[in-house]
Design a protein around this ligand. Structure first.
Ligand code: MTE
Ligand code: MOS
Length: 757
């Protein structure tokens, strides 16, 4: 291989660093109006009346719209249909959209919002999953407050508890996390001359957006074109919610007949868009004194917020990964996503796993300590290997690199030595500690999303030998288009500068599902390889005829098609195809292999393949202030095959910092009315460059036979294992084990003082 495996420069680097890349807010159409949304400041209330008269009468206001103006259906067509585009009858969170305005400028639009008069009748808000689950609790939805439930039963946990040398229990909680993408959500919609609508914007999932716009307008899909513009970060936060923003913008454009641009400002984005789910997870685990996990019982609850949105699938993924990357024959897992009158939580890098990984990896570390077993040994004893079964009964047949990630991370970190001596080191009032975690990740949508786990591609070679590619997945900063171009270049045997990947556009490729679940390199990579191989066949056939050699003998590489001393260039072969009327365009397609899940007992093969990782971190804990500094980290990932090592390292480093934020800094606060108190980057504390430790990425390649060139997936793994590794390192340093994140200095200091360290 010559290009796959090379750290080629990102194809979007130049445009992005020079400012030539056009984000949605850089784009304008003549005659364009500004769209704005009225968001509710009530967490739970009946809507008695909406009076838009005064707002409408303001000069420069083109339209004011409520649910009554929707020509199609007022329901976001996601998995479980319970979220309206615009509140109808009832509001269920502070930050729900009530009305829309299109005006000539931002100030007029804002003024109009202030003149909309709404009569509410308050309902008691439910602000925690505990309150939501109480008997007789106020119902947020007709169907009740449980949005979704899952269970996994394997073996006999009761028997495991009887046979155990030690039974350990613990409850672990995690908080909200805001995606904090640099670019807030935004769209432009316009009605075209032929009566169809085009929507441009920042998004991960153009095909979700297409469906939402078609639903609100009652348009057939063939009259809704969605184009993803350069997107300044998604991290899951642009999976489902862009559908709302696009639907609002499309409705305004449809009603006014003019292009409408609707960009949320930071505060609007934070109060109304999705977040990472807060969670409560209880573990009760049976082990032998030698450290073998015999059985575990898990109760996993996530706070879904006011609407189901993606909670059902986030919960599913978390449930399946709740045992961690270990063998365990006896398992009982029950899980619930619960409604509250707060922001609807959705996808955020890791998608339900960071919550259970935090809980299980801290829990197992506690067990290792109780048994007097060195924590990495405990993990090695139980680690999944080829041939083992996960909690759903799936037997892992290939590509299980977990032990290799543990080994490589330990070696690089000099773990064996440090784990012994670090707790003894104290310098300038700071204690030093080291900690570890492992985790695994089912790549793709799996059985939970099998129907949409597919991807298409279109490749055309022009007569000058340049190549254009369309895919249905999106580039959002992760580097997908660069690795996809590498896969195309590798397969076609050309240099990467021959390839141009178009912006994602729903009219160019078939529905390729969402750009989530770390599936892009695997799914679109295979779809591209599929089309490229068909084109390569055509080129080789023609070349073989010209060179009078057997097609099978020919090799195509670096733009040259050759056998021994005979060769022609890629361009010559292309010219020849054009002469002979051989069409040089092809479509490619890939769908995920068979997967299964039985909802009754949670048994089946939920995902086709898993990636694995191990994180080791070193911390310094200031005993006086409670401040934790992570100063070194080793993050090892088995991802099948790294197409572009430098981009993989970038994913690992960036993701690590997001995990650090979840663990130490980020805390979204609500008042006792369900209103977010800190919807600003000045009050919602994110890690900055000053908090970034030395992060050493390590890549392990246990190839996946069905992946393009062996690829599995990486995108979401990097942040997942960071919080438990940090918490375990804090324990190593101080003997204090906190079970709820974020661990702010205030929280840790309080515990340190209580225990008078
Ligand atoms: N990296 C950057 N720079 N920006 C992002 O928005 N999203 C993450 C991850 N890495 C993201 C990112 C999430 S949530 C997912 S699902 C994957 O990238 C998606 O991309 P992939 O399928 O190419 O891994
Ligand atoms: Mo990623 S949370 O699957 O968009």
């Amino acid at each position: 291989m010559s290009i796959v495996g090379e750290s080629v420069k990102r194809i979007d680097a130049f445009d992005k660093v020079t400012g030539r890349a056009k984000f949605i807010n850089d784009i304008n159409f003549p005659d364009q109006l500004v769209g704005k949304v009225l968001f509710s400041n009530k967490p739970h209330a009946y809507i008695k009346d909406i009076d838009i008269k005064e707002a409408f009468s303001i000069k420069g206001v083109h339209t004011v719209l409520t649910y009554k103006d929707i020509p199609g259906k007022n329901i976001n067509p996601l998995i479980i249909y319970d979220q309206p585009f615009l509140a109808e009858g009832k509001v269920r969170l502070c930050g729900e959209a009530l009305a829309l305005v299109a005006a000539e400028d931002e100030y007029i639009a804002q003024l109009a919002l202030e003149k909309i008069k709404i009569k509410f009748e308050d309902i008691e808000p439910i602000l925690s999953p505990e309150d939501s689950l109480k008997e007789g609790a106020v119902k947020i939805h007709e169907k009740g407050n449980i949005l979704k439930e899952y269970r996994i039963f394997k073996g006999d946990v009761e028997k495991a508890f009887l046979e155990a040398d030690l039974i350990h229990t613990g409850t672990y909680t995690t908080g909200y996390q805001e995606h904090a993408y640099i670019e807030t959500n935004g769209m432009i919609a316009l009605i075209e001359r032929d009566g169809s609508i085009t929507v441009y914007g920042s998004m991960q999932c153009p095909f979700y957006v297409q469906k939402a716009v078609a639903t609100i307008l009652n348009f057939p899909f063939n009259k809704v074109r969605v184009v993803q513009t350069v997107t300044g970060g998604g991290f899951g936060g642009k999976e489902d919610v862009p559908s709302l923003v696009a639907a609002w913008t499309a409705l305004l454009a449809y009603k006014t007949g003019k292009p409408v641009k609707l960009i949320l400002n930071r505060e609007e984005d934070i109060i109304s868009m999705s977040k990472r789910h807060p969670s409560i997870t209880k573990y009760k685990t049976a082990v032998t004194k030698e450290g073998k996990i015999l059985g575990t019982e898990v109760e996993f609850i996530v706070d879904g917020g006011a609407y189901t949105t993606l909670s059902s699938v986030v919960l599913w993924r978390g449930t399946i990964h709740a045992v961690g990357a270990y063998k365990c024959e006896n398992v009982k897992i029950t899980s619930k996503a619960v409604a509250t009158n707060k922001t609807h939580c959705g996808a955020y890098r890791g998608f339900g796993i960071p919550q259970v990984v935090f809980a299980s990896e801290v829990h197992y570390d506690e067990i290792a300590h109780l048994l007097g077993i060195e924590p990495s040994k405990f993990r090695e004893i139980n680690a999944l290997k080829v041939g083992d079964e996960i909690s759903t009964g799936q037997k892992l047949k290939f590509s299980v690199g977990l032990l290799e990630t543990i080994k490589k991370a330990k070696q690089a970190a000099n773990w064996d030595e440090k784990i012994k001596i670090y707790p003894l080191i104290e310098k300038d009032g700071r204690k030093r500690g080291i900690g570890m975690s492992t985790n695994f990740y089912g790549v793709g949508l799996g059985a939970g999303g099998r129907a949409i786990d597919k991807a298409g591609s279109f490749i055309q070679i022009y007569s000058d030998g340049s190549i254009i590619i369309a895919v249905g997945t999106t580039e959002m900063g992760q580097g997908a288009n660069t690795v996809l171009a590498q896969i195309a270049a590798e397969t076609l045997g050309v240099n990467i500068d021959k390839i141009h990947i178009m912006e994602s556009d729903t009219t160019r490729v078939p529905d390729s599902g969402p750009t989530v679940a770390s599936r892009t390199t695997l799914m679109s990579g295979n779809a591209i390889k599929n089309a490229a191989e068909k084109l390569k066949e055509k080129l080789l056939k023609v070349s073989a005829e010209i060179l009078s050699v057997k097609k099978e003998d020919l090799n195509i590489k670096n733009g040259l098609i050759e056998f021994n001393d005979k060769s022609i260039t890629f361009e010559e072969a292309v010219t020849e195809c054009f002469k002979r009327d051989i069409p040089l365009f092809e479509t490619g397609w890939y769908y995920a292999p068979d997967v299964s899940f039985n909802e009754e007992n949670g048994q089946g093969n939920p995902y086709p393949v898993y990636s694995f990782s191990t994180n080791i971190v070193e911390v310094l804990v200031d005993i006086e202030t409670g401040e934790v500094t992570v100063d070194k980290a080793w993050s090892a990932h088995d991802i099948g095959k790294s197409v572009n090592p430098q981009l993989c390292e970038g994913q690992i480093q960036g993701g690590f910092v997001q995990g650090l934020g979840l663990c130490l800094y980020e805390e979204l606060k609500h008042d006792n009315y369900g209103k977010i108190l800190n919807p600003k980057f000045s009050t919602y504390i994110l890690p900055t460059i000053m908090d970034v430790p030395e992060i050493n990425p390590i890549i392990v390649e246990e190839e996946y036979p069905a992946g393009p060139y062996g690829v599995k997936g990486l995108g979401e793994l990097p942040p997942m294992g960071v919080p438990p590794a940090v918490v375990n390192a804090i324990f190593n340093a101080t003997g204090i084990r906190l079970r709820d994140i974020p661990i702010t200095p205030e929280k840790l200091r309080k515990t340190i003082k209580e225990r008078s360290l």
